[in-house]
Design a protein around this ligand. Structure first.
Ligand SMILES: C[S@@+](CC[C@H](N)C(=O)[O-])C[C@H]1O[C@@H](n2cnc3c(N)ncnc32)[C@H](O)[C@@H]1O
Length: 302
């Protein structure tokens, strides 16, 4: 019997080991920068498809001895945010509960916080039908901004509202704030393309807007507040950033209206919003309900 040369034999053994190890090769793990590990790429549209068969519950992981905030599944996974650990809450407003299909299992004021809409769904924010569904021109008129107002659009996403507001109010200043650097990059590109001079961008953190105290006249949140993973801390930081008498505009899809085709956790009732804003010291001023799908709620910092 002839023997293979030693090098060929080693190569053959290596190939066999490689084939055996890769026989049932699992899906590659999500890369740390994959936004879907922190956010949901899907748009929040409710297609009314039947609930999928429930998957068997995975064995619960042993709980580390820490707060809900520290375990938050929505922690952004990009390099800068990975190092950012929000301070543990100094209150007990958050609790853990049933994690529903589009939710995080983290509850605030009896509401389950939804997942953050990830940047891969950015086109949904820019969809042409939005003009009919949300009447943004009407919403902008309702803002009733003064010429010199500084407005922070918090959870600005693609900048759909930031840019429209800035172009309609060329003497005001708009700050587009988001926690996803991809959203900020998209907005910056649009600012350059459209040559809009009165919009700046700001990369916020999941628990703070990060703007100086009393530096803004108005804060706008369109379809964003319900997905803040740290709503109490975020709103506290927004109230600090507002000048006395400053206004908060909260636009949320109407949860009272079953015909609004948006996933339940991406909608909010007026009562819920008023309860949550009162908790951070904001005074409800009025609600305008002439928008097709959203409440337009106005709160004021005393
Ligand atoms: C559904 S999008 C809405 C975007 C935009 N307001 C619009 O109506 O086109 C919600 C945005 O809120 C952002 N967001 C979530 N939590 C945030 C936080 N704590 N601070 C700032 N932005 C946040 C998300 O990254 C996402 O871009």
């Amino acid at each position: 019997m002839k023997f293979l040369p030693l090098t060929s034999a080693i190569a053959l053994v290596a190939v066999i080991i490689f084939l055996v190890l890769n026989r049932d090769n699992p899906e590659p793990p999500e890369t740390p920068s994959d936004p879907n590990s922190a956010t949901e790429a899907e748009a929040p549209i409710d297609d009314s498809s039947p609930e999928p068969e429930p998957e068997p519950e995975p064995e619960p992981e042993p709980e580390p001895d820490s707060t809900i905030a520290d375990n938050d599944p929505q922690k952004p996974t990009d390099a800068t945010e990975q190092e950012y650990v929000p301070a543990p809450p100094t209150h007990n407003y958050y609790s853990k509960g049933e994690k529903t299909r589009d939710g995080t299992g983290k509850y605030y004021q009896d509401r389950e916080i939804s997942y953050v809409m990830g940047h891969p769904a950015i086109n949904w924010l820019e969809r042409p039908e939005r003009e009919d569904e949300e009447a943004p021109a009407k919403a902008m008129d309702l803002l009733d901004l003064k010429e010199t107002d500084v407005l922070a659009d918090i959870g600005a996403g693609s900048g759909y509202y930031s840019l429209r507001i800035a172009m309609q109010n060329p003497k005001s200043a708009v700050i587009g704030v988001d926690i996803q650097k991809e959203m900020i990059a998209f907005l910056e590109q649009r600012i350059t393309q459209l040559d809009v001079e009165n919009v700046t961008t700001h990369l916020g953190k999941i628990d703070t807007i990060g703007l100086p105290p009393e530096s803004i006249d108005a804060a706008l949140m369109v379809d964003a507040y319900h997905e803040f993973s740290h709503p109490y801390e975020m709103m506290t930081s927004i109230v600090k950033a507002l000048r006395p008498g400053g206004r908060v505009f909260l636009l949320e899809y109407r949860a009272e209206d079953p015909t609004v085709p948006i996933k339940p956790l991406h909608k909010m009732t007026q009562g819920q919003a008023k309860k949550e804003m009162a908790l951070v010291g904001l005074k409800w001023e009025k609600t305008r309900d002439e928008l097709p799908w959203q409440h337009f709620m106005v709160f004021r910092k005393p």
